[in-house]
Design a protein. Structure first.
Length: 263
């Protein structure tokens, strides 16, 4: 924050040099946090299957979506023919800077900021069918709401079409996990769980990084690199076997007979 402020001052000619840009902050290893096991994930998905938020939980887990990204999914970003779903927007709670506002914060829909966050997810046939079935229920709810509906194009809005409150979603999700017998969990732990399960199933690190929308593979490696110990060991065993194991001859060696020229 200080570096950005001084950079702006430098551009405006208020200071000659941004000394904060010369600093080298310490590298802090990011923590992965808790992750659901595959059995726990099955338990959770079974428990929320009939809940109105069941699909958002499923998509968050499968693709490791951030909470705001999941709530900001748009219907026009869903292509059932191509079996894709684009991440274009996010729902956030921001500080209300309007001095005359009745509330200190407000919920907004904003475009995702970085090119890596703006990504396209590949859907399976099962996920396409789930989204189609959910859309039918969504349309029925919109008709039922009538004039009270406020259309924003969101896949997971409130009962009146408005953007869902991320904090309310966290509270509801916690109640769902407790009802499933898993205790308290936060939606962000779905993101960690999805990444961990992808890596456990052998998905390459760079692919996991793209699915998660990380700015670089280095970030993914910092957070989840310890889960790849098995891959590193397998790679070592493979090259060790090739270089140090028992060698196989390319072709059998046959001693020349007396009639053959030995050179």
């Amino acid at each position: 924050m200080l570096r950005k402020a001084l950079s702006q001052a430098e551009r405006e000619g208020l200071i000659v040099r941004n000394v904060a840009a010369l600093s080298l902050p310490p590298r802090i290893r990011q923590s992965e946090g808790r992750t659901l096991t595959i059995d726990q994930a099955h338990t959770l998905l079974d428990a929320v299957a009939e809940h109105r938020l069941g699909l958002v939980v499923l998509l968050s887990l499968v693709f490791g979506l951030r909470r705001g990204e999941a709530l900001g999914l748009m219907w026009d970003a869903f292509d059932p023919e191509a079996k894709t779903l684009r991440i274009t927007h996010a729902v956030k709670r921001l500080k209300n800077r309007d001095a005359n506002a009745e509330t200190r914060t407000k919920i907004v829909i904003s475009e995702v900021k970085t090119p890596n966050s703006r990504r396209t997810l590949a859907l399976t046939s099962e996920l396409v069918d789930a989204l189609k079935a959910y859309r039918a229920k969504h349309n029925a709810a919109r008709l039922k709401a009538g004039d009270a509906w406020r259309e924003h194009g969101l896949v997971f809005p409130t009962s009146s079409g408005r953007p869902s409150d991320p904090d309310n979603f966290s509270h509801v999700f916690s109640r769902l996990t407790k009802s499933a017998g898993l205790g308290h969990w936060h939606p962000h732990e779905l993101r960690h769980s999805g990444a961990s399960i992808m890596l456990a199933q052998g998905t390459p690190l760079h692919v996991v990084s793209e699915v998660l929308g990380h700015a670089s593979v280095a970030i993914t490696k910092d957070v989840y690199g310890h889960l790849m110990e098995g891959d590193r060991r397998a790679a070592t065993e493979a090259i060790s076997g090739a270089l140090l194991g028992q060698r196989k001859r390319v072709a059998p060696r046959v001693a020349p007979n007396d009639a053959e020229e030995t050179g």
